[in-house]
Design a protein around this ligand. Structure first.
Ligand SMILES: [Zn+2]
Ligand SMILES: [Zn+2]
Length: 236
């Protein structure tokens, strides 16, 4: 029997929770990462080097920092470091070394380019690591009875994480197992959505709404994923 990954039992425990298990565990892992970087690691040279290079965290993770109101000191220290980096960068001489660059003189592009991040948001990196571990463990161990049963009894994966799981599957047979587990989730959700839409119809609006009442909310998560994991779909 292949050795079980570290997160195997966490996945089994978290599968019954509402929503996508990968979204749920990844969100928790990133919150823990942010928490520890605001307390234990706030003064380590590594954290400072990372935060300087990335020009702070992305907007989503900066927003999360506010939720850790208890460590205002941590946010304060890290942002003083970022301000120091921005001021140093702005004070650097223009590095337009080409003759053409010197001829046309400096414009805003030069400073804008130097102010660009040279590293990724630390929390986004932690998110990517956690997400890969969870997706890979599901894809590689779906044939373990415990994992299979947990998936079968769950709401299924959100669409972006299902795509990742399919791509992480070690072979076509495993991808088929994942598909056979996921499709009934979509069928059940579609049936609920159809039922809810029918009940909104003026001809049926006297019918009582049952468990399908919040299917539209569940559908948002199952199609687009958790907003704290996927955020806005833009690059710049
Ligand atoms: Zn997900
Ligand atoms: Zn981020």
């Amino acid at each position: 029997m292949p050795e079980l990954p570290m997160n195997f039992h966490r996945l089994i425990e978290a599968f019954p929770e509402p929503g996508c298990v990968v979204c749920n565990l990844t969100e928790r892992d990133v919150n823990r990462f942010l928490d520890s970087h605001l307390y234990e690691y706030v003064n380590t040279p590594e954290t400072h080097a990372n935060i300087r290079a990335s020009r702070g965290l992305c907007a989503t993770h900066s927003g999360h920092l506010v939720e850790f109101g208890a460590s205002v000191l941590g946010i304060t220290i890290l942002h003083a470091v970022i301000m120091d980096e921005l001021l140093k960068t702005a004070a650097e001489p223009n590095r337009a070394t080409s003759t053409f660059g010197r001829l046309i003189g400096s414009n805003g592009n030069s400073l804008a380019n130097r102010l660009e991040p040279t590293g990724e948001c630390m929390a986004c990196q932690a998110l990517e690591r956690a997400e890969s571990q969870h997706v890979n463990s599901i894809a590689e161990h779906i044939n373990e009875q415990e994992m299979y049963d947990a998936y079968a009894a769950s709401n299924g994966l959100c669409l972006p994480h299902f795509r990742r799981a399919l791509r992480a599957a070690p072979n076509g047979k495993t991808a088929d197992v994942l598909t056979k587990l996921q499709l009934p989730k979509w069928r059940a959700l579609k049936a609920e959505l159809d039922m809810l839409a029918d009940k909104y119809d003026v001809n049926h609006n006297d019918e009582a709404v049952g468990a399908e009442a919040d299917s539209w909310r569940r559908a948002l998560i199952m199609v687009s994923g958790n907003r704290d994991v996927f955020g806005v779909r833009r690059k710049h």
